[in-house]
Write a protein that binds this ligand. Sequence first.
Ligand SMILES: Nc1c(C(=O)O)ncn1[C@@H]1O[C@H](COP(=O)(O)O)[C@@H](O)[C@H]1O
Length: 163
Amino acid sequence: MQALVAVVMGSKSDWPTMEAAAEIMDKLQVPYHVEVVSAHRTPDKLMDFASTAADKGYKVIIGGAGGAAHLPGMIASKTRLPVLGVPVQSKALSGMDSLLSIVQMPKGIAVGTLAIGTAGAFNAGLLASQILATSDTQLAARIDAFRDEQTRSILDNPDPRED
Ligand SMILES: Nc1c(C(=O)O)ncn1[C@@H]1O[C@H](COP(=O)(O)O)[C@@H](O)[C@H]1O
C-alpha cells in the first residue's frame, strides 16, 4: 500500500520515542514509511529525501530528532509537504535543546512542533492522520471512534484510585 506519511528520525536511538507515532497510525490504519535520515550525519540523503518526498506520494512528514535537532527544519526547507517535528528527549538537557531547535523556525519555513518525547510522537501520528482525514471520510470516522473510545474510558472509570 502507498505510504502516505514518512516518519524519519536522526538516529536508530530515536525509535523507542518515534514508535509512538507508528502505534497510533497502525491503530488508525494509516500507511507509513519509517527511515533514519540525519541532517548532520547523512546530509546528502536528507536533501534527496526531502526534495523527492512529494513525488513519492507522501502527504505528511514526521521528523523526530534530539539535541541539536536540525532535521525537521532542514526537511521543511526542501519540501512543500507539511512537516511535523518531534523533539526527542536528550540525556544532557531533557529535550529542551531538541524542543527549542525545532520550534524556533525563522519566518517563511514552517514546522509544526509537537511536545517532547513519546506523547509528542503519538500526537504527531495523530495529527498527520487528522490532516489526511480532511480528504478521507473513512479515516475521519476511525479518528472519531478513537476519540469516543478515549472519552468513554475516562467517563466509565472516573475514580483515580482504580485502574
Ligand atoms: N538531531 C540529530 C540529527 C539531525 O538533526 O539531523 N541527526 C541526529 N540527531 C540526533 O542525535 C541524537 C543522538 O544520536 P545517537 O544516539 O545516534 O548518538 C539523536 O536523538 C538524533 O536524533
